[in-house]
Design a protein around this ligand. Structure first.
Ligand code: SF4
Length: 246
């Protein structure tokens, strides 16, 4: 129950990329509690552990109280030099692999393929039939922590989860199929999957015809992966090939 000198403010958590709806209880000018907002359409009354821990971050005696002075060599954000250099050359077209072996390639490939940055829709009422998690463990980890809630909801509601991960991660445990590939063999698996998709004709032929170039070359290239998946040791042993949750 709310005490007379308390106020509750509706806000959002931004500890991760998320933005979970939050109810902040402030007592005598001090944040004492962060709780999930049951009316938020985004997190629907749920939060990960980081949200409610916010008061600790704000008031813990060991928290940082002033900016720290860097000691040693600088690391991140070297790409700003690349941007500056490209700017000096007069081009907006720059690319570098280091900022992200993850995010920039993801955006770039998505834009080349679809013309924009597409993201998976776990949030709607219609659950995805299948969700493929590739080196991704959203149930417990990731910069978009709020994904854990709709992903869990979708898997519980029957979406067919496939987890590609050498470890049997928390997400893999909730999937119907776990593919425990050897680290570094992702490309072999991807090529084999492309081969099967082309061989079985289970792709959008009209889209390929209209919007892609080099499909024939890709088709030829992947045929060599027909029988190589197991030969090349993508899976560590026959025992752990494709355990399925019943
Ligand atoms: S998932 Fe956790 S850290 Fe991210 S916005 Fe929600 S409560 Fe905050």
């Amino acid at each position: 129950m709310m005490e007379a000198h308390e106020n509750i403010y509706r806000s959002v958590c931004r500890i991760c990329h998320g933005g979970c709806g939050a109810l902040l209880t402030v007592r005598e000018g001090k944040l004492v509690k962060v709780a999930p907002d049951p009316h938020s359409p985004f997190n629907r009354g749920r939060m990960c552990i980081k949200g409610p821990a916010t008061p600790e971050m704000m008031y813990h005696p060991s928290r940082l109280l002033s900016p720290l002075k860097r000691v040693g060599a600088r690391g991140r954000h070297h790409y700003m030099h690349t941007v500056r250099f490209a700017n000096t050359l007069g081009t907006p077209n720059w690319y570098e692999p280091g900022l992200a072996n993850c995010f920039i390639p993801r955006i770039t490939v998505s834009r080349f393929t679809y013309g924009g940055f597409v993201v998976a829709d776990y949030y709607g009422e219609i659950k995805p039939k299948t969700i493929l998690f590739w080196g991704h463990n959203p149930l417990v980890s990731g910069p978009d922590g709020e994904l854990a809630f709709p992903v869990r909801r979708a898997l519980d509601a029957g979406s067919y989860g496939i987890a590609v991960d050498p470890r049997r991660s928390e997400t893999a445990k909730h999937c119907k199929m776990w593919l425990p590939i050897r680290p570094g063999t992702d490309c072999a698996l991807a090529l084999a999957m492309i081969h099967v998709i082309i061989r079985e004709g289970i792709y959008d032929k009209e889209f390929v015809e209209k919007w892609t170039v080099g499909f024939d070359k890709l088709s030829d290239h992947v045929t060599q992966w027909k029988n190589r998946l197991f030969w090349n040791g993508v899976y560590p042993s026959s025992r752990t090939r494709i355990p399925c949750k019943q």
